[in-house]
Structures are given as C-alpha cells and as structure tokens.
Design a protein around this ligand. Structure first.
Ligand code: AMP
Length: 430
C-alpha cells in the first residue's frame, strides 16, 4: 500500500514511524517531513521514507504530487490544511484521505462554532458567550468579575487565548482582539469563558462519523519553564497514562463528552472522520471541555503511538471507512514519557542551523525513540530548524522508569542553546 503523510513536526514523525511498522505499507511519502522522518525505514521492505519538499498548506502542489504518484491513503497531521479543506479537495479528486473535512474541522478552526455546538448539545463546558461587539463582551467579562479567558475565534498559532484575572485585563484582551485585530480575521469574533480551576487532561478519540474510540489519558506541559512558569508553548512534554483518572472515571468522562458530541454531529450532518482531541478541565463540579482540536496533539502523539499495539494503518482505514466499531484499541501497559528539546528563545524568536550531537547514542538506548520536530539536514549533520526540535520519548514499566529513561536520553543529546523542562511527568509522581 502506498501512503502519503502531510506535515513536518514531532507528531508527523511519530505517525510516520508507527505507519512504517505496518506490513501493508510498501511506499511512504511525507510532505514536507524533516530530517528524522527521512531516516525511517519501512518494515515491509526496508526502503526509506521519502520526504517531498511541498509545504503542508500548499494544497495545489500536494494534489499534483498525489495525481502523479497515486497514494492509496493520505494522512493529514496538522490543523491548518484541515481548516483549509484539504480533505474535501482530495476527496473531490478521488483520493482516500484521513482527517475531518472542512465542516467537521470547524471544531478546531472556530471556537465560536465549538462553544455554540457544546451548548446546543449539552456537552459539559465552561459558562461562556460569543461576541463581535466589544461593549457586550466587556459586560459579560464584568459579570464574571474579570476572571475569564478571552479566545479569538479562529486559528492563531496557539496564541489566541488570553487568561485574565481582572476586568481591566479582560477589557484589554477584548480591545486587542476585536478592535486592534492583533490576530487579524481570526479575531473578528471571540469567545469568553469563565476561568475554571482544576486538573487539565488531554483526551483523544479516533472517530469514524458514528463511533468514537477513546485513548488512555495523557497530560501535556504547555508552559516553557519548570513548575508551569514562563510563556505558553506548543507543548514541552507529555506522559501517558496520567494518574488523575481511573479507567472507570475516564470512561465516564468519555461518555459525558463523546455521547452528546456524536449525537450532535449526527443531528447536524457533521461527518467527523479523524481524531477528536478535547482539552478538558477536571473541576470539582465535574469535567468541562475547554476546547476541541480536530487532529492528534503534539507531543501527545509521541506518547500515545509508542504505547499503541494496533496496526495504525488498519485503524485509520477503519476511521475512513466507518468501520471502527469492529476494532478494539490495544495499549501496552508500560508508561511513556516525551521530553521536548527546544531552541534557545522558544517560544519567542530563536536561531536555526545549530548542529545536533548525540542522536545516535540516544537512539541506541533501549525503549527510547527520538522523534524529530524542527530538524533539517546540512551536509553530514542534522541541524536545528525550528522552535521545538526533538521529542525524546521513552517507555518504562511505570512512569518513574519511563521518565528516568527519557532524561537519560536527553542527556546524551546536545546543541547550542538547547532548553528543556526538567519536570516532565513530575506532577504525576508526587
Ligand atoms: P485552549 O486553546 O482553548 O485549550 O486554551 C489554551 C490553554 O488555556 C488551555 O490549555 C488552558 O490551560 C487554558 N484555558 C483555556 N480555557 C480555560 C478556562 N476556561 N479556564 C481556565 N483555563 C483555561
């Protein structure tokens, strides 16, 4: 089977690595990929994964490539091409493609859509309102005493969420988004949610339009620095399982969210075939959905796919075909921990082209996999090429062992200005 994966981050490296293990896959292209993806080999015939220099948002060029090379399944990693309607475009040309279509991808591409959908279908969420008028928005924020979260409607590179502790802060956030248009069209509308306290967990569910199969728990670390200090990032590390929910509690949370979500999708003619990733706050009053994403999390994918036993090609095929109900997800009992190594200055501006050393030594450690995110090849070297550079991932019999193994691997790797958190998964071990 010929496969094509779209994207270039740690998530896509994890997807490619897992898909390459399937005995069904005979050719695998990744556009645009990265230096680590280009080193992966297929289990079926030892051939290398081929990276293709086309950006994930260049739908026309991607389609031309697909017309020439006829992949039998296309797998989309990132949110932007999904929001642009890559699934609809490829389907119109007769390709099989995994991911939600444009209408279904609205769960991520529009926070106003998601919030209103949750309210229409009784999905537990924060008290919230959607606004285009700054006066009405300020009034609602004031009714919450200013303790609220102001969110730009559209995709804003993960920066469109402003947490406010006072009316003055909320007014400033509303002004910046609606009037100052700091996020452009993404901020033409906004959602204001009450500020919720609790433990945040990532849920993932593979969906086929009718069935949603819930993954185990994981937890991300969004802030740049230890102790959840510093700026918000794309994610500095993850671990799975997260010990805040028993299996029974997880199933209960899953039902509370996914049952009304599936019913709502059916009622509104939304055919979601892809990965639904709700961000959930476990509050004292019960679970509350903060937002939906419509693709795998990064770096959640790295810990999930190292634990997944199934053939991922079979699961993605079932998601496209609407036959997921026939499959059972099987997970290794071991824990997995991913520590992100980032460039100096990330999430602000950062240098590129720093030589990365120690990748082979780290890769030789048992139960360890170094996923590449922002890397590129420069002659014989592998160099940094992005903010998040590597997702150093290790398995262990429990979280403590996995964590120790991940940090042993991190210590073997170096590049100028490398920064990483020392406390990934520490919260789970208190
Ligand atoms: P979002 O992109 O909507 O998940 O928001 C990004 C981050 O902001 C989340 O991961 C939470 O840490 C925080 N956040 C979002 N909404 C809320 C809320 N209603 N209450 C507290 N924190 C929130």
């Amino acid at each position: 089977m010929k496969l094509m994966v779209i994207g270039s981050g740690g998530r896509e490296h994890a997807l490619v690595w897992k898909l390459a293990q399937s005995p069904q896959v005979t050719t695998l292209w990744c556009a645009p990929g990265n230096a680590g993806i280009a080193l992966e080999r297929l289990a079926s015939n030892e051939s290398l994964v081929e990276t293709v220099a086309i950006g994930a948002e260049d739908l026309q060029k991607l389609l031309e490539f697909a017309r020439e090379n006829r992949p039998e399944l296309v797998v989309v990693g990132p949110d932007n091409p999904l929001a642009l309607g890559i699934v609809d475009v490829f389907q119109l040309s007769g390709f099989r493609i995994w991911g939600p279509n444009r209408k279904a991808a609205q769960f991520e591409s529009s926070k106003v859509f998601s919030q209103q959908f949750m309210e229409r279908h009784g999905i537990p969420t924060a008290r919230a309102g959607a606004f285009t008028d700054p006066v009405a928005a300020r009034k609602f924020a004031a009714s919450l005493g200013g303790r609220c979260v102001v969110k730009a409607d559209g995709l804003a590179l993960g920066k469109g969420v402003l947490i406010c502790g006072s009316e003055a802060e909320a007014d400033k956030a509303i002004e910046e988004i609606l009037v100052g248009q700091v996020f452009g069209q993404a901020g033409a509308r906004l959602v204001i949610q009450e500020f919720l306290e609790g433990i945040e967990v990532s849920l993932h569910a593979l969906c086929d339009g009718r069935t949603a199969k819930l993954f185990p728990t994981s937890q991300d670390h969004k802030r740049a620095l230890d102790g959840d200090q510093g700026l918000n990032t794309g994610g500095m590390g993850t671990y799975s399982p997260a010990p805040f929910l028993t299996d029974a509690q997880l199933a209960e949370v899953g039902h509370a969210i996914l049952d009304p979500w599936l019913k709502g999708c059916a009622a509104e003619g939304i055919d979601f075939r892809g990965l639904l990733y709700p961000g959930v706050m476990l509050t004292q009053a019960g679970p509350r959905v903060l937002e939906f994403n419509a693709r795998f999390g990064d770096p959640e994918t790295q810990v999930y796919l190292t634990r997944l036993e199934n053939d991922l090609v079979e699961l993605l095929e079932a998601s496209v075909n609407g036959t997921l109900a026939r499959h059972e997800l099987r997970w290794r009992p071991q824990a997995s921990v991913c520590v992100v190594m980032a460039s100096d200055g990330y999430p602000g501006s950062y240098p590129k082209g720093k030589v990365i050393r120690g990748l082979e030594a780290a890769g030789r450690l048992k139960g360890t996999k170094v996923f590449h995110a922002g890397t590129a090849r420069s002659g014989d070297d592998i160099v940094t090429n992005g903010g998040r550079v590597l997702g150093v991932t290790a398995m262990g019999r429990d979280l403590a062992a996995a964590r120790a193994a991940a940090y042993r691997a991190v210590e073997k790797i170096s590049f100028d200005g490398a920064q990483y958190r020392r406390d990934i998964a520490a919260k789970a071990l208190l």
